[in-house]
Design a protein around this ligand. Structure first.
Ligand code: NAP
Length: 306
């Protein structure tokens, strides 16, 4: 029987582990077969406070993991395949084989950026393909970029990128944006932004780094090559919550609903990081909420045992 089981090994999960380990709660962290979360797929992280010269994403996650281990976090490598949160103690099954029981659970399974699904998109991720302008925009000073998508995220990313890029083309599959009026207006007024309507990215070009995209006009069927140094894909995110369907309160998009800090709809189950945050989605905000979840879980245990 565990005091705390943490599911997820991004900044939220590892920060929750550091705090709960230092509170002598001997947490077990289930880290998944791909440990480290979204930051392991980026290159340099320049906006995580405390690293004046920046740090590579995978290195930051390795150090966070080592910090959690140093205080006694136990790690279990595997993917959670089932959970039962309807009765206590809670139970969590890993890879369909092993089941652990817990008094409290912190869910930090994160979210995944939706991808277009092109082989070269995957290959060039971190080499010109990105899903985070806040993280990677700075690397494209003086370059031409494209942003894919027609929602608020695409508008926000495009506007942000004009701080660095000389030109940003928003490629959208229709001739009408999904984004809110205010975000549309802001993009339309920005002289560095232009729109490529009714178009899909058919391929991303480049050997070592991105050099352009091949676009297909979905009305005429014509293809064109648009040179660019970076492709920012902003077609939405999906929280990793399929496992918890029917057991925890979620919003219409599947994000876990938290209140009073990090409490979910089931007392004793807490959620931190991108799995419950569709707004900020930064490593530092995820880490902050991981800390909150550890403190919330600790107080929950104290109130039960006291
Ligand atoms: P979204 O609103 O779901 O928009 C996704 C966009 O990507 C849509 O324009 C969609 O096209 C396009 N798209 C989806 N799949 C695609 C594919 N496979 N290929 C090409 N295009 C594809 O997602 P979001 O922009 O990330 O926003 C998510 C939520 O966060 C929204 O509620 C939004 O309002 C909110 N948000 C708000 C702000 C803000 O207010 N500052 C900033 C960011 C996000 P279609 O239009 O044709 O479906």
């Amino acid at each position: 029987m565990r005091n705390i089981v943490i599911i997820g090994s991004g900044p939220a999960g590892l920060t929750a582990a550091i705090y709960s380990a230092r509170a002598n709660l001997a947490p077990l962290l289930i880290e998944g077969w791909q440990s480290g979360g979204q930051l392991t797929t980026t290159t340099e992280v320049e906006n995580y406070p405390g690293f004046a010269k920046g740090i590579m994403g995978p290195e930051l996650m390795k150090d966070m993991r080592a910090q959690a281990e140093r205080f006694g976090t136990e790690f279990l490598t595997g993917d959670v395949s089932a959970v039962t949160f309807t009765q206590r103690p809670f139970s969590i099954t890993i890879d369909g084989e092993q089941t652990v029981q817990a008094k409290t659970v912190i869910i930090a399974t994160g979210a995944s950026a939706i991808q277009i699904g092109l082989p070269n998109e995957k290959r060039l991720t971190g080499h010109g393909v990105s899903t985070c302008a806040t993280c990677d925009g700075f690397f494209f000073k003086g370059k031409e970029l494209i942003v894919v998508g027609g929602g608020d995220s695409a508008m926000e990313e495009a506007n942000f990128l004009t701080k660095f890029a000389t030109k940003v083309s928003i490629v959208h599959r229709r001739d009408k944006l999904r984004a809110s009026k205010i975000m549309q207006d802001r993009s339309m007024k920005n002289e560095k932004i232009s729109f490529v309507w009714n178009s899909a990215v058919e391929d991303i070009l480049g050997e070592e780094v991105v050099t352009g995209v091949r676009l297909k006009n979905l009305v005429t069927g014509k293809t064109v090559v648009l040179p660019c140094a970076g492709v920012f894909v902003a077609i939405g995110h999906m929280p990793n919550t399929a496992l918890f369907a029917g057991q925890l309160g979620m919003d219409a998009k599947g994000y876990l609903i938290t209140k009073n800090g990090t409490a979910t709809s089931v007392p004793g189950i807490f959620a931190a990081g991108d799995v419950q945050d569709s707004t900020y989605r930064q490593a530092i905000t995820a880490a902050g909420s991981g800390c909150m979840a550890a403190i919330d879980a600790e107080r929950f245990l104290e109130s039960r045992e006291g």
